[in-house]
Design a protein. Structure first.
Length: 177
């Protein structure tokens, strides 16, 4: 032990009692908690989403995200609030990122109103095209039972998703009369 002692300069800040030691390492400047996982702040500022479990292992690969999604994630992390109005203004791809993030972190369980699944909206666009095709067939006079049943089923499904308004639904059912 020739003058080196215990190398206290390496031990400072690792939970040892001493002059400038801290009881716990505060890593709030590196990552913030959202739901059950942590978001790396440096990557978030650079436009990437990096999630880590509390143990430090990565949840998934680094995901590039838009600035609108960065703003929403930053609001959730810093202000502990989620604005549905901002979410509704996002593109469908950005909505998918936020929806998946909330599902992975289980943050969606803390929301009062559950988010609408953006993957269903993609399917709804396809169903709208199919509904238009069936509407055209009914107008042309092809009124077999299968077309009518499918037309009714699609109309009610799209109405429940919010893709059809009341007047559109009433018009669709008036075609059947």
């Amino acid at each position: 032990m020739s003058g080196k002692g215990l190398r206290l300069n390496r031990l400072i800040g690792r939970g040892f009692e001493g002059g400038s030691a801290r009881d716990t390492m505060n890593k709030d400047h590196l990552q913030k908690q959202i739901g059950t996982t942590f978001v790396v702040l440096k990557a978030l500022r650079e436009g990437f989403l990096v999630l880590r479990y509390p143990s430090g292992t990565s949840v998934a690969r680094k995901l590039p995200i838009s600035q609108a999604v960065v703003g929403i994630v930053d609001d959730v992390i810093t202000d502990q609030k989620f604005e549905v109005a901002k979410y509704n203004q996002l593109t469908n791809d950005d909505k998918k990122v936020v929806y998946d993030l909330f599902k992975i972190t289980r943050y969606d369980q803390t929301l009062q109103n559950p988010l609408m699944n953006p993957y269903e909206l993609d399917e709804a666009q396809k169903y709208l095209l199919e509904l238009d095709k069936l509407k055209g067939l009914l107008i042309l006079g092809n009124r077999n039972e299968r077309n009518i049943a499918e037309f009714c089923r699609l109309s009610t499904y799209l109405y429940k998703l919010g893709m059809l308004k009341n007047k559109q639904l009433q018009y669709n059912f008036s075609l059947l009369a």
